[in-house]
Design a protein around this ligand. Sequence first.
Ligand code: ARG
Length: 460
Amino acid sequence: MKLWSGRFGKETDALVNDFNASIQFDQRLYKEDITGSLAHAKMLAECGVISREDAASITQGLADILADIEAGKIEFTADNEDIHMNVEALLTSRIGDAGKRLHTARSRNDQVALDFRMYVREQIPVIIGQLLELETVLCRQARKYQETVMPGYTHLQRAQPISFAQHLMAYGAMLARDVTRLEDCKKRLNECPLGSGALAGTTYPIDRWQTAKLLGFDAPTSNSLDGVSDRDYALELMGALSILMMHLSRFSEEVILWCSWEFKFIELDDAYATGSSIMPQKKNPDVAELVRGKTGRVYGDLMSLLTTMKGLPLAYNKDMQEDKEPVFDAIDTVEMCVPVFAAMLDTMRVRQDNMRKAAGHGFINATDCADYLTKKGMPFRDAYTAVGHLVAACTKTGKTLEELTLQELQEISPLFGEDVYEALSLETCMGQRKSYGGPAVSETTRQIQEIEGFVKARTK
Ligand code: ARG
């Protein structure tokens, strides 16, 4: 028999019963639900809304239910629709009337808003912890490859010399922003919706500040309609996770390219690659491909909830029950991707020889050649044109700039001297880029230290 059967003249249709239920997925919120109820019962007793005896038996009853759920002894039922009514029904069946008093001055609307918020709040540090691990892996790898010259690209065309360390630390910077976005989301969500009631608060003399404090919130939400109908925190979380996945997806794309025979900049450890069922020679970067693939899924989760929310009038609507699955999915996906991605990077083998070889072709020192002339007094635009002619000539003969004789160089400009060869060496070109943020060792060291400090400040 339904909780609301008093008002109804018929049983719920079996199809509706299953259709309406969310227990299949919201049972994940059991701990938050019980934690919220414990705080609510304590507050009700202290405000004199229920007796201390009732509060004590509710507390004991909920503790027992929690233990039984964790021991796998409880079977939830769709007849009780969701986690909130399942727990309440269990409680009442065990402790009788006191259990029926728990829902005084509360609605499932503020209850679910509270549970969901607490769940998101608990998961954020888990994801941040994983990201900090990934940052540590990046720093560890970057420290090894500060002198490793590779081509930097624009338009996927070889552009200018960088180091592998600098390339890795670009992701270090992105992930640090992901961490602070998550921290920011956690700060903003930390207001307690409990006590908003169904939508319009309550006539009972409750103390919302007390429950907020008991549950670790900074304050109660300020408006009861907003309290029950706000899902911004879930959207913010999924927004931050979407951006994070976008970063991992770009990184994955590069890992996939780097593993190809065309690049061969890295080789993945056998434990982090997979083979083919037919082609015996294959070693595929499935982990990176899956991370790239799962990015679409997290974007989908975000779009799903944005779309659910966009036309909803205030305050609670049952549509909002659809908020949980995408959020759970986005969290599960990210929590699966980050550690495996970190392990893959931690164990990769870096082919410095192939990076260096690739850097040697494609005229990535052409800007430096123009800068050489500029430093000798030629205006940069003229130097740029002069080197353009040199590159055009080289592409005909198959030479690199540094393979041109001094005589050939001087035909273009008498400003060229013997010292040009030193200036064109890739090690010089990379090493002299000492501007703040650049690839010179002094600068990548600073970048690595910055991220190491960022991680340290967040880990005990
Ligand atoms: N299972 C519901 C949800 O997840 C709980 C809130 C139900 N409230 C209501 N008035 N039907 O949104």
